[in-house]
Design a protein around this ligand. Structure first.
Ligand code: DON
Length: 329
């Protein structure tokens, strides 16, 4: 009997074709404002999809390590809400899109709260809240929780951490402004240290897909089966990712892709297809908003081909994707 290879799964064929299509896109620039990030290989490109029943479809550099950066923000916010309750956290940080860049220094008029936890003002506030509760053990605690969400032990990139700590003057200015308005506690240097470390956690595109799939799977890691997040708080995280996750591109993202997402300046993007799958991409060249150029193009394309947009009236997001994942023949 001839040894005939089984045809590739339709989703794998799609990922392979998107990888080939966008590999030639060299638009954008690698971030250099944190000097160590400038050393990234601009050609790296990985796309990984993980379903909520643990199937992996991937192409390209899905094992290449890079720092999580702002993709840490929704997970840190989730921890804070889980541990302190939404009411306490929302007294310190709002949930409004800012329409402004990730490192904007603006606070809400009147309340002096950060606009949302996806931009630096809000994320530093969340790190400070976690630090006020856990003290010197905050980062170890956060790393342990992030590792459970990813389903493997994560670690930080010491060189990126030192680089950001040394050059993070704008974040220091933000932290002191927050202290001035009484939004954060006085040990702001220690809280900033947590923030710089959490941004420096090393991940791969596959880790990001796993973390995203954990959110899609209502807080349970689909690979390990461990409950990494309380199901009650997944909604809190996804709704802010939907409205604020892509900074001042969030409106365009909601229009074009229509799913909760988050990007980081090292070139990672996550997108969550609720109850179905998690997407993680890596490509370090960024657009003017600080979002990965290829990551956005891949997600736009995937959303339109698979009908992922939550308001897609053709309702392909459930039925078409379901058929792709579970063919009857
Ligand atoms: O605060 C910073 O500058 C970074 N550590 C994180 C920023 C980031 O990833 C923005 N994302 N596009």
């Amino acid at each position: 009997m001839p040894n005939v290879a089984a045809p590739a799964h339709e989703l794998q064929t799609l990922i392979d074709s998107l990888y080939s299509k966008y590999r030639a896109n060299h638009a954008g620039e690698v971030a250099t404002y944190i000097p160590e990030l400038g050393k990234a290989n601009p050609d790296h490109f990985g796309i990984c999809l993980i379903t909520t029943d643990g199937r992996v479809f991937e192409a390209g550099d899905c094992d290449a390590p890079f720092t999580i950066q702002s993709i840490s923000k929704p997970f840190a916010f989730g921890l804070a809400v889980e541990e302190m309750g939404a009411e306490e956290v929302l007294q310190r940080v709002s949930v409004e899109p800012s329409g402004d860049s990730f490192n904007s220094i603006q606070l809400q008029t009147g309340s002096n709260r950060p606009f949302n936890p996806m931009i630096n003002t809000g994320a530093i506030t969340v790190s400070a809240l976690l630090h006020a509760k856990h003290g010197a053990g905050t980062f170890d605690h956060l790393l342990e929780r992030f590792s459970a969400i990813a389903g493997r032990q994560l670690a930080i990139d010491e060189a990126v951490y030192q680089s950001e700590r040394r050059t993070g003057h704008r974040n220091r200015a933000i932290a002191h402004l927050l202290l001035n308005f009484g939004v954060v506690h006085e040990d702001i240097e220690a809280a900033l240290d947590v923030y710089f470390r959490q941004c420096s956690i090393l991940v791969t595109a596959r880790d990001l897909a796993r973390m995203s799939a954990t959110l899609a799977n209502m807080g349970r890691n689909p690979m390990t089966g461990d409950s990494a997040f309380s199901i009650r708080h997944v909604k809190d995280i996804l709704s802010i990712m939907f409205t604020c996750g892509m900074y001042d591109y969030s409106g365009q993202w909601a229009y074009r892709v229509g799913v909760p997402a988050k990007s980081g300046v090292a070139g990672g993007v996550i997108a969550v297809i609720n109850r179905q799958l998690g997407i993680g991409t890596y490509s370090p060249r960024l657009d003017q908003y600080g979002n990965s150029v290829r990551g956005i193009e891949v997600c736009v394309d995937l959303a339109s081909r698979l009908g992922l947009h939550v308001f897609d009236c053709l309702n392909m997001g459930s039925s078409f994707l379901d058929a792709v994942l579970n063919p009857t023949s």
